[in-house]
Design a protein around this ligand. Structure first.
Ligand SMILES: NC(=O)c1ccc[n+]([C@@H]2O[C@H](COP(=O)([O-])OP(=O)(O)OC[C@H]3O[C@@H](n4cnc5c(N)ncnc54)[C@H](O)[C@@H]3O)[C@@H](O)[C@H]2O)c1
Length: 282
């Protein structure tokens, strides 16, 4: 996409962190916005602030795990703005701990939000983006955990690797069919957001996280790493540039490149992966 002014951006997970920064940056670029999140008050706050600044906003409290919720969002987008140009599948949650201790309900939750949520967004919005014939772009938020496998982040690593594979496959489908739609996959390291407080959005009936002292210590480490990360605004700036440049990989943390390189080299050499603890992700 070369032109953003007057075009329509859809953002899931728009009420907080990276999604909110996307909304602010795209609004500053003159885009109309469709904002979605499961958290009502923060979504209303960001929508009101941007509307006050003169942006045209459609917002909806939805759970991205529900295909019908994304279908409804696409209908509202069509009715209000005539369709979407930039789709950002960004809503995400974190679940950690040794793989064998993660409950089936937690697996359902994280796969539902981080992977099925992206699939639902694509299914709801992409057909009309393709049919319109207009230039468009899809940004899927993965993570550096889509390219590396730190210990105690198994469910997160699994879903983010899937989002990387999904994004690359989507790009190939667009190219193979001649669709004028670009794809970017966002793979950040630590960013100052509320991702380490994802439990606030756990669905009813999902057991509370175990209060195992090792897990508590890990949560503290993750909180420190997140608060020492880059700002969501820095991420949003890089995403805007990638959309304009039609760049697939959005890699925000150059200091993590050696870990990715070393993993790829070990795959090619068929060497056992090296141990990677969350604290080793600088
Ligand atoms: N913060 C980091 O260090 C980091 C690093 C790499 C990738 N990411 C990814 O960035 C994305 C945004 O997360 P963030 O870091 O801004 O965290 P955040 O918690 O600040 O924001 C995530 C947003 O997603 C929303 N959300 C959660 N479940 C939802 C659901 N079922 N339906 C709709 N919305 C839902 C939350 O309410 C929240 O507003 C996520 O996909 C996350 O995995 C974050």
């Amino acid at each position: 996409m070369q032109e953003l002014e007057g075009k329509v951006a859809v953002i899931t997970g728009a009420a907080s962190g990276i999604g909110r920064a996307f909304a602010e940056r795209f609004a500053a670029a003159g885009m109309k916005l469709v904002l979605a999140d499961v958290e009502k008050e923060p979504l209303e706050a960001v929508s009101a602030a941007l509307a006050e600044g003169g942006s045209e906003i459609e917002s909806a409290v939805i759970d991205v795990r529900e295909p019908s919720a994304l279908a409804g969002l696409a209908e509202r987008c069509e009715a209000r703005f005539g369709g979407a140009h930039l789709l950002c599948n960004n809503a995400g949650v974190g679940v950690g701990g040794p793989m064998w201790e993660v409950t089936p309900k937690d697996w359902d939750w994280i796969i539902g939000v981080n992977l099925v949520g992206v699939i639902n967004g694509i299914h709801a919005f992409v057909p009309s983006m393709v049919a319109s014939g207009e230039p468009g772009h899809v940004v899927n938020t993965a993570s550096i955990a889509g390219l590396t496998c730190p210990a105690f982040l198994g469910p997160y690593n699994v879903t983010k690797h899937a989002v990387v594979a999904l994004s690359e496959s989507l790009l190939n489908d667009f190219r193979a069919t001649g669709a004028s739609i670009g794809v970017s996959v966002l793979c950040p390291g630590w960013v100052q957001t509320r991702i380490h407080e994802s439990d606030r959005n756990k669905p009813a009936g999902t057991p509370a996280d175990s209060s195992d002292p090792n897990l508590d210590a890990m949560r503290k480490v993750l909180g420190d790493l997140v608060s020492g990360g880059i700002t969501p605004q820095q991420v949003a700036e890089q995403v805007l540039e990638a959309v304009l440049d039609d760049r697939f990989w959005i890699r925000t943390h150059p200091e993590m490149e050696p870990d990715v390189r070393s993993r790829c080299e070990r795959i090619i050499a068929a060497e056992t992966p090296k141990l990677m603890a969350p604290t080793e992700i600088k």
